[in-house]
Design a protein around this ligand. Structure first.
Ligand code: PAF
Length: 253
């Protein structure tokens, strides 16, 4: 039964770091295995698959919902990022999440906050090159989520593959006692990777975005069936396919 505030009985919403720490310590004390699904909310099928895996593999599941300002550049969509909090909480409850950890920005970054985690070279290529500072914000917040929730396992989507690699690197470099679990990308029926930001795409933007998955699938065929192993050749084929597509050319390149 969903209550008027959107919560399901049994689901707890935790707003502060110290309440989260004491809740986790209590659950660890009872012998529970804690699974964390870090999210910025606006749940889609990808999140649901992460929560499903955490539910199957862990006896206590925490989903964090925090739109992290430090991973957005000044010209990015922090202010307009979708925040359907009540819907997310309802779905979390239906999926058997035990705690939604949803701290405020001031709770995570109190006045005077000044310490950040700088990724190594893997953070400066690909997405890190076009979004300077993005992975510094991601790693900082993921480390803060890990210290607040103290999970045994944490679940990340392979959709954000560079993020997954950087989190694994951080866990290794800082010898953190967390198992990072990567889950396959979930796609919409037409091939588009499920993403909270799909809600923000215009019809042309959405069609253009599909060009990316089409090109990646074509490239995969070249690798799997034709045995292509030259990354530069694959990259130039992908770029030329995108350039041949009028929408991709105007929206993506
Ligand atoms: O992948 C995301 O949604 C975010 O980058 C994460 C890992 C929740 C950190 O804010």
């Amino acid at each position: 039964v969903v209550r008027r505030d959107g919560r399901l009985p049994g689901l707890r919403i935790v707003r502060t770091v110290w309440e989260m720490k004491s809740c986790s310590a209590e659950e660890r004390g009872k012998g529970h295995t804690i699974g964390l699904v870090p999210t910025m909310g606006a749940f889609h099928e990808g999140h649901l698959s992460l929560i499903g895996a955490a539910r199957r593999e862990c006896s206590f599941v925490v989903a964090s919902i925090f739109v992290n300002p430090t991973q957005f550049g000044p010209a990015e969509d922090y202010a307009t990022y979708p925040r359907p909090f009540d819907d997310d909480v309802r779905r979390a409850g239906e999926l058997g999440v035990d705690v939604v950890y949803a701290p405020s920005v001031e709770e995570v970054y109190p006045r005077g906050y000044e310490t950040y985690l700088e990724p190594g070279p893997t953070g400066n290529i690909l997405c890190g090159r076009s979004r300077p500072g993005h992975f510094r914000g991601v790693l900082t917040v993921v480390l803060k989520l890990f210290t607040a929730v103290s999970p045994h396992r944490a679940y990340f989507g392979e959709k954000d593959y560079q993020q997954l690699l950087l989190v694994r690197r951080m866990v290794k470099d800082f010898q953190l006692d967390v198992e990072v679990v990567g889950m396959p990308t979930v796609r919409e029926p037409d091939g588009l990777a499920a993403s909270s930001r799909n809600l923000c795409l215009s019809p042309d933007g959405r069609r253009a975005a599909l060009g990316l998955s089409r090109a990646l699938f074509r490239a995969r065929l070249l690798v799997v069936e034709a045995g292509e192993r030259d990354a530069a050749a694959l990259k130039s084929k992908i770029i030329s396919w995108l350039q041949q597509d009028r929408l991709c050319r105007s929206q993506l390149l």
